[in-house]
Structure formats: structure tokens, C-alpha cells
Design a protein around this ligand. Structure first.
Ligand SMILES: *[C@@H]1O[C@H](CO)[C@@H](O)[C@H](O)[C@H]1NC(C)=O
Ligand SMILES: *[C@@H]1O[C@H](CO)[C@@H](O)[C@H](O)[C@H]1NC(C)=O
Length: 360
């Protein structure tokens, strides 16, 4: 019964499309009332809010059998459902009294039949629709679902047209009047015990699980939830955490690589600037040496003061500037920005810790 919900849905849409078209007051032929082929849905010429009355005209429905009937707008006033002890027939013209055993009833309308005195033990509460309140409508007659094991029973087979992945197929629904836990065997017409998981079967009704597998044995019920083995949870959990930490470490490695590249670029820049600076100093040194070597420019005190700053720079240069010498690096930055400022020079002189004037 794997496709049952799907087929039921198709039945519903089918019946909605195929509802009659006549409106209230239009003439209709009551003889055209019928059950639709394949779906066994009741059909009349009248639309979904009316029924074909005995007067031969479509009249407003007097009751409904569904909680949410087709063909009504959300704010439409719905006909009432019937009270307990009554039922609304397929025509939905008016409520009727529940019928005693042996009376006529409509297809699959177990609810039209009166329950047995021992309805409490016979009633099917499994949701499989074996009976309603212990009574069942078979071959259009009301009876009780009270036949016991090995006793003759009545069976009704209804071939529905169902729609599956491979197209149309016939789905035979077989119903009987056996008690709960038994089924009416179609060939021998006697009640038999329902089969348990793994036993051979030919129809769903034979299995207590209501699921006869294609392999011909009773399977587990389709209505019970599927449980996964513990290792599935472990694998899924590992997958989730693996994905999370994989992403995390992937990003970490990428960023670390980028950081290293950036650092290398800055280092390169620093080295270039430093080399450039060294060149400048060397040029100044050369220039001073050439000026000093000029005759008459020997030991002028004014010059001496002027060059004392240069002396400070020379002193600094004489100390090797290494990339990993942190204070020197920051000193270099100031140096580049504030070349020639006396403030900086003083700082640098203090840093070098030597008496510059003493050199001259
Ligand atoms: C079931 O049937 C019994 C006997 O006819 C009746 O008294 C009882 O109200 C019914 N219960 C329901 C839920 O219809
Ligand atoms: C079983 O139900 C039928 C009606 O379907 C009734 O005539 C018969 O008396 C019931 N048998 C028992 C034992 O209740």
C-alpha cells in the first residue's frame, strides 16, 4: 500500500474536477446519480453545493459528511454534520437514522449501520478502517464484524484505479466481517488469523502490519517511523563536525598564508627603504668629507655645530640596523618621517648614548 496517500490525493483532485455543473433550481436526472468508475466517488449532475432532489431539480444540500467538503469558499455557510445516531448519505440531502443489521447501506459507509451490543470489543480503533463501531457495510448490507476464527465470512472486493510511478494499476481493497485480528480469506470464505512479520502473504489484509511486501512476505507497518542504527548518527555527527572544523582550519591556513605574504612584503619594503637611507647617508658622508678636505674649511666652530647633527647620523649608521632589532625599526620610521628635525636628532643622540660633540 505504498502509494495509498498519493492515490487518495489523486482521487480527491479527480472528484473535484469531475463534480456536476448544474446549479440550484436546474433540472437534473436522478437516474444519473452514480459512483464514478475507478474511484467510487458519488456523482450527480448537480454541483458540489447541491443534490439532485426527487423533484428532478438541484437543491441545496441538507447535510455534509466531511469536515472540510469540496466546492465551498472559505466564508460559505456549510451544511451541518449529522448528530450522533444519524448519518449523512452520499447524496448529502438530509440526515438519516442509523440502519439496523440487514438494512441497505452505501459503499464503504460502515457509519450508516447500527453497532452491535458488544461494539466495544468489536470496534476497530487501529485506524485501518476495518469497521465503524463494530458494524460494517459489505455488498450494500449492514452487518456486524463478529465472525470468529474458522467461521464462514462475507468478503467484498472493490477494484480501485490507482496511479503510481509506472502509470495506472488496479488496487483491490478486500473487506470482510471477521473480528479484529482475523481476515476473511477470499478463496475459502472463512476467517483466518492475521499473519505476523515474515510470513507468506498475498494481500495487505492478511498481515497484521497491513503491509504485504512485493516479495510475498509480511513487512513492518508502513505507519511506524523508520529508525536508524546508531552508527548512522555517529557518521552524520562526524560529518557535521568534520565539515565545521575542516572549514575552520581551511580558513586558518589560508589566512596564515596571506598574513605571511603581507609580512614578507612589508619586510621587503623596509629593507628597500633602509638601503635607500644608507645610500643617502653615504652620500652625505662623502659630501662632508669632500667639503672638509677643502682648504680653509678646517675647524670652523659654526660648521662644527652644523655637522654635529650629521655626526649623530653617522654614529647611528655605524651601528648595524638589523630587521629583528625592534627599537631600531621604530626609530627608522621616525627617521624617515622626520629627517632633519632637531627634536628627533636629540632623541637619537640620547639613544646612541655617546657625546657627539666630543668626536669633533
Ligand atoms: C456504537 O454502537 C452502540 C450500539 O448501537 C451505540 O450505543 C453507541 O453509541 C455507538 N457508539 C458510537 C461512537 O457511535
Ligand atoms: C454476528 O452478526 C450478525 C449480523 O451481522 C448477527 O446476525 C449475529 O447474531 C452475530 N453473532 C453473534 C454471535 O453475535
Amino acid at each position: 500500500m505504498r502509494f495509498l496517500p498519493f492515490t487518495l490525493f489523486l482521487f480527491s483532485s479527480y472528484s473535484l474536477v469531475k463534480a456536476g455543473t448544474l446549479n440550484k433550481g436546474d433540472s437534473c436526472n436522478i437516474g444519473d446519480n452514480r459512483l464514478q468508475a475507478g474511484t467510487y466517488q458519488f456523482w450527480s449532475e448537480c454541483n458540489s453545493q447541491t443534490y439532485c432532489g426527487s423533484s428532478g431539480k438541484c437543491e441545496t444540500r441538507g447535510c455534509r459528511k466531511d469536515d472540510f467538503p469540496f466546492g465551498y469558499a472559505p466564508d460559505d455557510k456549510l451544511p451541518e454534520k449529522c448528530p450522533k445516531g444519524q448519518f449523512c448519505p452520499d447524496e448529502e440531502d438530509q440526515c438519516q437514522q442509523i440502519q439496523p443489521v440487514g438494512s441497505d447501506c452505501q459503499l464503504n459507509r460502515d457509519d450508516q449501520c447500527e453497532g452491535p451490543p458488544n461494539f466495544k470489543e468489536l470496534a476497530d480503533t487501529s485506524g485501518r478502517g476495518l469497521n465503524v463501531n463494530g458494524s460494517v457495510c459489505l455488498n450494500s448490507k449492514c452487518m456486524w464484524a463478529n465472525a470468529t476464527l474458522g467461521v464462514a465470512c462475507i468478503v467484498e472486493n472493490t477494484p480501485y484505479t490507482a496511479y503510481g510511478v509506472d502509470g495506472e494499476f488496479i488496487d483491490i481493497v478486500s473487506r470482510g466481517n471477521c473480528q479484529l485480528g482475523l481476515y476473511c480469506d477470499a478463496a475459502q470464505k472463512v476467517c483466518m488469523a492475521e499473519k505476523l512479520f515474515g510470513e507468506a502473504c498475498t494481500a495487505d489484509k492478511e498481515c497484521s502490519s497491513w503491509n504485504c511486501l512485493g516479495s510475498g512476505v509480511c513487512g513492518v507497518s508502513e505507519s511506524i517511523p523508520h529508525h536508524f542504527a546508531i552508527w548512522v548518527y555517529i557518521v552524520v555527527g562526524l560529518g557535521i563536525f568534520g565539515g565545521m572544523f575542516g572549514t575552520l582550519f581551511g580558513l586558518y591556513w589560508t589566512h596564515r598564508k596571506q598574513r605571511d605574504e603581507e609580512r614578507e612584503k612589508r619586510m621587503q619594503y623596509w629593507r628597500e627603504q633602509n638601503a635607500f637611507h644608507q645610500n643617502l647617508l653615504a652620500m652625505r658622508e662623502t659630501a662632508r668629507a669632500s667639503i672638509l678636505s677643502l682648504p680653509g674649511n678646517g675647524n670652523s666652530s659654526a660648521r662644527s655645530t652644523l655637522y654635529s647633527r650629521d655626526g649623530a647620523f653617522s654614529d647611528d649608521v655605524s651601528a648595524p640596523i638589523l630587521p629583528n632589532a625592534a627599537p631600531k625599526v621604530s626609530g627608522l620610521r621616525h627617521y624617515l618621517a622626520d629627517d632633519g628635525s632637531s627634536e628627533f636628532d636629540d632623541g637619537l643622540m640620547m639613544q646612541s648614548g655617546k657625546k657627539v660633540d666630543g668626536r669633533f
